[in-house]
Design a protein around this ligand. Sequence first.
Ligand code: SAH
Length: 218
Amino acid sequence: MIREDTYKLKGLRKQLVEELKQKGIQDKRVLQAIENVPRHYFVSAGLEELCYKDQALPTLARQTISQPYTVAYQTQCLDIQKGDKVLEIGTGSGYQAVILAALGAKVYTVERIELLYEHTSALLATFNMDIFCKLGDGTLGWQENAPFDKIIVTAGSPDIPQNLIQQLAVNGKMVIPVGKKDCQTMTLVHKNEENNVRMTYLDTFRFVPLLGEQGWTE
Ligand code: SAH
């Protein structure tokens, strides 16, 4: 699918970046990535302008493309460096994966819903970026490609899946929303040289549930 990136949509993206700055996003590289990546490539036709408001939007299979503030927030937490190997759980629309790749990460992304996986992996292939997609239960991680420098979970989890902790590299960082189904605390997990993990608890958010063996059962 070929979409246009018009002058008007570029302008709306600049405005969105200003709004994110005012809401507290400071990382210049993250803001630049949001300005560079056309978010409207990831939403249904007809939502091109609406998608530059700072709000979540519906995607296929009753899932959502996270709010731009949330994408910026989680990305900023990870402090992505060029060449970082990043595992994303919850491919969804693919927008977050492209933001990570735009910052120079090599992205491994897992989605559990087949329809979304099919649709989004085809879309992501057109970007010619270092993004690898897998259909499966992301609560189990992606063992063949572990360890990961960074892990980002884009669905709300009742707890931190053990497999993800195991697959995090030494000195790695994971960002994951943890809590109840309707409200989660963004949790930053650091793994130190001794393989111990330290948690930092940040702001609250509301994500769709992480469903799977080490997530919610339904
Ligand atoms: N990162 C996405 C946001 C997706 S919303 C974006 O940029 O658009 C969360 C996604 O997590 C949904 O697509 C949902 O199907 C997926 N998901 C939920 N549980 C999962 C699991 N155990 N493994 C992989 N994906 C999961």
